[in-house]
Design a protein around this ligand. Structure first.
Ligand code: PLP
Ligand code: ZN
Length: 401
């Protein structure tokens, strides 16, 4: 049954600087905060909180079912390929083998363009269209660029994608098929960001870099709403997430806070301990969290199979650290060999062909269990953020170790 209220307009209210809290308008084109050059976070009017049934559009089987809590003002500007509402899959065979009694994976590899980047880019490109941008540019480790190219094509916007030269061919090729201009750079995503500044010195394109515009985060937060809705408003004990720029970690935590404010979670609900998983080859957050450096500003990363994790200097590091602190979470780092082992296990025991980032999350759960940080009876949720298809050229021939 669909009531009139489910199509309620966005409750977008204002934007806040993540560093100093200063308020900025949510109704004009924004990048980072003018005050501190830091991310802007969207807030909503949650003062009249109806039950989920009054907000969630049950007829919509995409992330846009939470439209009232998303920043798009006019539905006519929505740019969608059906992203979101991905399945939660139990992992009974792996769970039994390793003694986990409640092991579940959210399979974001089933999104358009093969990764959860579709959520953020559907949202950001819809807002770019709404706010009158003529084209968009992005530095990317791969998946974000592919998603931006697809959504820009659908919106009729120009797209420029800047990615490391060593990125597997399939990522570049898919961008070409969406009609994007692709620039290749020797280095990692931070080097691509420098190239973006050069290419866009005149500012004619909207920079869609992670957390340099406020809305990718809002798309990513829908994972938090979905997890709660799919688990009938009972959250897992521990949530493991492969953190690069960190939008998923920050976004899911933001969704939990909004749901608390809305009264959708029982007051006694314990929020999950949030685990950020990184690659040994590029683990700035790990090094900061464990005190090996005071922050990531000079961190030097190396390429990894999990190219989504090859983000040496994430702008959102302070926000990620806050999530880890508030949730009593932790950070784990995973080797390249372990990622391949994780891909084999999820493939051979559960029929899932996950990106190395997702495999890293599974191997992180095993590490935390071995350290005693996790108890076997805890409810674990693994986020698999992408499908392995585009990574094939880097893993071909490794199915048997
Ligand atoms: C981008 C990406 C990540 C990291 O996401 P962030 O939001 O940057 O933390 C993880 N996995 C995959 C497959 C990705 O493409
Ligand atoms: Zn500020």
């Amino acid at each position: 049954m669909k009531s009139a209220i489910t199509t309620a307009a966005s409750r977008l209210h204002e934007l806040h600087c993540a560093a100093c809290g200063q308020v900025h308008s949510a109704f004009e084109l924004q990048t980072v905060s003018a005050c501190c050059q830091q991310p802007l976070l969207a807030s909503y009017d949650l003062s009249w909180p109806p039950r989920p049934e009054g907000i969630i559009d049950q007829a919509d089987s995409s992330m846009w079912r939470y439209g009232a809590l998303l920043p798009l003002l006019d539905p006519a500007n929505k740019v969608t390929l059906g992203e979101g509402l991905t399945p939660l899959l139990d992992l009974p065979r792996l769970g039994a083998h390793y003694g986990f009694s409640a092991l579940t994976l959210k399979d974001e590899g089933q999104n358009p363009t093969g990764s959860f980047k579709a959520r953020g880019l559907s949202m950001a490109i819809s807002k770019a269209k709404e706010l009158g941008a003529s084209g968009c540019i992005i530095p990317t480790a791969g998946n974000a660029g592919v998603a931006m190219a697809a959504y820009c094509a659908r919106a009729g916007l120009r797209a420029t994608v800047v990615m490391p030269r060593h990125t597997p061919e399939a990522f570049k090729e898919e961008c070409y098929w969406y009609g994007a201009q692709v620039e290749l750079v020797d280095g990692l995503i931070n080097d691509c960001a420098a190239r973006v500044r050069q290419l866009n010195a005149g500012g004619e394109l909207l920079d869609i870099s992670t957390l340099k515009e406020p809305y990718r985060l809002e798309g990513k937060k829908t994972m938090g709403y979905e997890i709660a809705e799919q688990l009938n408003w009972q959250l897992p004990d521990v949530l493991l997430y492969p953190a690069g720029g960190g939008t998923g970690l920050i976004g899911i935590w933001k969704a939990f806070a909004e749901m608390k404010a809305l009264g959708w979670l029982a007051p006694e609900t314990r929020l999950p301990r949030m685990v950020a998983v990184q690659a040994e080859n590029c683990r700035p957050l790990y090094d900061t969290y464990f005190g090996h450096q005071s922050n990531c500003h000079a961190y030097q990363g190396r390429p990894t199979l999990a190219n989504g994790l090859a983000v040496p200097r994430p702008l959102g590091e302070p926000l990620m650290l806050r999530v880890l602190r508030e949730s009593q979470g932790t950070v784990v780092s995973v080797s390249e060999e372990a990622m391949l082992e994780g891909m084999r296990e999820l493939g051979q025991h559960e029929g899932l062909f996950v990106a190395p980032e997702g495999a890293a999350v599974w191997m992180a759960a095993r590490q935390l269990q071995a350290q005693g940080w996790l108890r076997a009876d805890e409810r674990l949720l693994l986020l698999n953020t992408g499908s392995a298809q585009k990574y094939l050229s880097n893993v071909v021939g490794r199915a048997w170790g």
